[in-house]
Design a protein around this ligand. Structure first.
Ligand code: AMP
Ligand code: MG
Length: 342
């Protein structure tokens, strides 16, 4: 049984085909890269409309799956940019009608947790979700995923992207800033904004730009921003861990591709006797496979919707969405070993 997943919350249009044992049969993605500045929602949505037909065809061909073999179509309902979400939802509705199969709405943040959970074999981990627009520490409790801590202003990835563009670079900034930071040596003082379980980045952005204007070396700035921002994320993750029975952490989101962040969180978790797992990079970033897999789980819990009830929800919060599959004994191939996927 195969579920097709459609992801289109922000800059990435992606299609995943996943079977009932969470094997990723195909994953096709195309990222909108603005020539200048950050993402414009309408331009990104136009990009998605252009690329989705080919992404769907390529995914089906790569997996040798016929439409009649697709059990359901899942799509990211929110949170995300309205026009981008609508582009993906329209494709999902059309495929579900054409192929006469259920339509399953999925919360994007929950999908990051579920793909990391099944790949790691960890039953009840904490998720540090660090992406462009989202920065949250998430854990399951009583029927739904709860946000234990989050950014009070901008997402960590948007912060890194904005800083990098202001320093004269191009989108996406995070990976380029990571390279640049390798040449940094001096740790510059930047605002360290942890508020209980929450973090904030706009003060650090202002301070970093002020240091740049005063002639600080870009590599030192990149290095200092990474060390300071990732220490903040590691601290709130550790505080959340201290309140839980289980000691494991999984990572999700594009910024979770970062080696320094992975290393800092791993060291903290292992110091506490727990396990840290980060999915392979193509399943850490926004991808259709995590939507398809969460679609499987939701479908088993009876969560499909008719087209008329499938409106997108740009501000859909992680903690507003029920996750009834977590209480189903059959919902997850339990104690599966960690495995790498293409
Ligand atoms: P997502 O929103 O989850 O697709 O992730 C996109 C974000 O991840 C963008 O803000 C990127 O700049 C950021 N990103 C991707 N790779 C890295 C990296 N290696 N280090 C830091 N940020 C990254
Ligand atoms: Mg994401």
């Amino acid at each position: 049984m195969v579920v097709l997943g459609i992801e289109s919350t922000a800059h990435t249009a992606s299609v995943g085909l996943v079977d009932e044992e969470a094997h990723v049969l195909a994953l096709t993605s195309d990222m909108h890269r603005p020539v200048k500045g950050g993402i414009h929602p309408r331009e990104a949505a136009n990009h998605h409309v252009d690329v989705f037909p080919a992404l769907v065809e390529e995914a089906l061909a790569a997996a040798s799956v016929r439409p009649s073999e697709v059990e359901a179509v899942a799509f990211a309902q929110g949170p995300g940019l309205g026009p981008c979400l609508r582009a993906g939802a329209t494709v999902a509705r059309m495929l579900s009608l054409a192929w006469d199969c259920p339509l399953v709405p999925v919360n994007h943040c929950v999908a990051h947790v579920e793909i990391a959970r099944v790949l790691s074999g960890l039953d009840d981990p904490l998720l540090l979700y660090a992406s462009g627009g989202n920065t949250q520490v998430i854990a399951y409790g009583r029927g739904r995923y709860r946000v234990l801590g989050e950014t009070l202003d901008i997402g960590i990835g948007n912060f890194l992207d904005k800083l990098w563009i202001e320093l004269g670079g191009t989108f996406p900034g995070g990976p380029q800033l990571e390279q640049d930071a390798r040449n940094g040596s001096e740790l510059l003082a930047l605002p360290y904004s942890v508020h209980g379980m929450d973090v904030a980045f706009s003060g650090m952005l202002t301070a970093a730009l002020a240091l740049h204007a005063r002639g600080a070396r870009r590599a030192d700035l990149s290095y200092s921003v990474e060390v300071t921002a990732y220490a903040m994320l590691t601290e709130i993750t550790e505080r959340a861990l201290a309140h839980r029975r289980h000691g494991s952490v999984v990572l999700g989101g594009g910024v979770a591709c970062n080696e320094r962040l992975r290393g800092m969180v791993r060291e903290m978790v292992e110091d506490r006797g727990g396990r840290m797992f980060a999915p392979p990079r193509n399943l850490c970033v926004d991808n259709g496979a995590m939507i398809a897999w969460t679609g499987h789980l939701a479908l088993r819990a009876g969560l499909s919707v008719p087209v008329e009830d499938s409106a997108v929800m740009p501000r859909q919060r992680t903690d507003l969405v029920p996750a009834p599959w977590r209480e189903l004994a059959t919902a997850l191939p339990r104690s599966s070993p960690p495995r790498e996927t293409t």
